[in-house]
Design a protein around this ligand. Structure first.
Ligand code: ATP
Length: 136
C-alpha cells in the first residue's frame, strides 16, 4: 500500500485546522499510520526543501516553517500520493479550487511565501525521503 508524508504547516496548526485537515484525510479513506507534532529544525528543513535552495522564496519559506510547530503525518492508501495532492489543491490558496483544503481554508496572507496549510509528497521517491526526515 502506498504511503505519503503530509505536513500541517505552522499556519494550519496556529489556526487550529489540524482536526479539520485530518478529518478530510480520513474521510477520503486514507489511514493515519503515524502522527506527531514537531518543531522543525533548520537541518530538517534544509533537507526537506533542498530542491528549492537558491530560489527567492527559500529563506522566507524556511523561516515560516520555523515559526511554530508542524504536525507530521504518514498517510496510507491506494494512490495516496496523488490523491492527497488533489485533496490539498494547487499551491496558491487564492486560486486553489473550492473543495480542496487550500481552496476552502487557505487565505492570502500577503507575504513572500505561500502559507498554504499543508505539504504532501509529490512522488514515491519524495515520500520515502521525506518520511526519513520527519520520522527518523
Ligand atoms: P505544491 O506544488 O502543491 O504547492 P509543494 O508544497 O510541494 O506542493 P513546492 O513547489 O514544492 O510546493 O513549494 C514548496 C512550498 O514553497 C509551497 O508549498 C509554498 O509554501 C512555497 N512556495 C512555492 N513556490 C512559491 C512561490 N512562487 N512563492 C512563494 N512561495 C512559494
Amino acid at each position: 500500500i502506498q504511503r505519503t508524508l503530509i505536513l500541517v504547516k505552522p499556519d494550519g496548526v496556529k489556526r487550529q485546522l489540524t482536526g479539520v485537515i485530518l478529518a478530510r484525510i480520513e474521510a477520503k479513506g486514507y489511514t493515519i499510520a503515524e502522527l506527531k507534532q514537531v518543531s522543525a529544525t533548520p537541518q530538517m528543513l534544509a533537507e526537506h526543501y533542498a530542491e528549492h535552495e537558491g530560489k527567492p522564496f527559500y529563506q522566507p519559506l524556511v523561516d515560516f516553517m520555523l515559526s511554530g510547530p508542524v504536525v507530521a503525518i504518514i498517510a496510507e492508501g491506494q494512490n495516496v500520493i496523488t490523491g492527497f495532492r488533489s485533496l490539498a489543491g494547487t499551491t496558491d490558496p487564492t486560486t486553489a479550487a473550492p473543495g480542496t483544503i487550500r481552496g476552502d481554508l487557505g487565505r492570502d496572507w500577503g507575504l513572500k511565501v505561500q502559507q498554504n496549510l499543508v505539504h504532501g509528497s509529490d512522488s514515491e521517491e519524495s515520500a520515502a525521503r521525506e518520511i526519513g526526515i520527519w520520522f527518523a
